[in-house]
Design a protein around this ligand. Structure first.
Ligand code: NAD
Length: 258
């Protein structure tokens, strides 16, 4: 089904664990050439790369902090130096940074949350743009940019997560502009918007708390990272989604139905 992903060059930001790592693995299973990124190498990097490189693709770790424009630029350059171009970008790096209610938000926290969730996706996409355009020209199909939004982008986020929710809503929105002005370049822009997934993102909750929260969702539980991964394959594959752009795919077990 995802046969056209073989040999595709896929950069996944923030992908040493959780949803991003599951995406890297899914692309590797389908024969893609994948850049796995994190601020620094995880302790189990060697064994993770050995496991991933035993699949059908090729995975390389590229360190870099995408919350700075310079870090985003360097990551794109490193990826292109390694794989010769870019066909797919997945802007997955993101997170709460911390939970702070409105009364406690200062400039430093504002910058940290928006840099990690908004600036990172914009700058990685900006620096990848000429390579994505080249990919579309060479392949005669489309290149793909995928943003990672959030249910918080609709609901406003939980306690102390207002800035995070707003940054995700910003992502849900900005792709509309990119669709309007870069479809002519052969690039598609779509968003995967997860609900509540059992990753380090929820490390502040114990098992009972997660079970209690999950019981409130129609599916009755948190999602697993591997349940999000196929949506990235779908938006990356021209054969599957070549006429789909500017859309948000909600992967949330029915938690929120926009
Ligand atoms: P996670 O904390 O498990 O993983 C985050 C990844 O991002 C890690 O690999 C980390 O190393 C990397 N990262 C963090 N800051 C970075 C930076 N400055 N530069 C480069 N890499 C960086 O989180 P996750 O749950 O897998 O989240 C992945 C994405 O999904 C995020 O954008 C998150 O906002 C979004 N999301 C998660 C949930 C959830 O419930 N888990 C819900 C909605 C949206």
């Amino acid at each position: 089904m995802f046969g056209d992903l073989k040999g595709k060059r896929v950069l996944v930001t923030g992908s040493t664990q959780g949803i991003g790592l599951a995406a890297v693995e899914a692309f590797a299973r389908h024969g893609a050439l994948v850049g796995m990124n994190g601020r620094k190498a995880p302790a189990d990097l060697d064994s993770t790369l050995a496991r991933l490189n035993a699949l059908d693709g090729e995975v390389a770790f590229l360190s870099g902090d995408v919350s700075s424009s310079e870090g985003a630029k360097r990551l794109v350059e490193d990826f292109v130096a390694r794989f010769g171009g870019i066909d797919v970008v997945i802007n997955n790096a993101g997170g709460l940074v911390a939970r702070k209610p409105l009364e406690e938000i200062d400039d430093e926290f504002f910058d940290a949350v928006t840099d990690l969730n908004a600036r990172s996706a914009l700058m990685v996409t900006k620096y990848a743009l000429p390579h994505l355009k080249e990919s579309a020209t060479q392949s005669g199909t489309t290149a793909s940019v995928i943003l990672v939004g959030s249910v918080a982008g609709y609901t406003g986020g939980g306690p102390g997560a207002g800035l995070y929710g707003a940054a995700k809503a910003w992502l849900h929105n900005i792709q509309k502009n990119w669709v309007n002005f870069h479809t002519k370049d052969g690039i598609r822009f779509n968003t995967v918007s997860p609900g509540t997934f059992d990753t380090a993102f929820h490390a502040d909750k114990d098992t009972d708390t997660k079970a209690r929260i999950g019981a409130g969702f129609p599916m009755g539980r948190f999602g697993k990272p591997e349940e999000c991964a196929p949506t990235f394959l779908f938006f990356a594959s021209h054969a599957c989604s070549g006429y789909i752009t500017g859309q948000i795919l909600d992967v949330n077990g029915g938690q929120y139905m926009p």
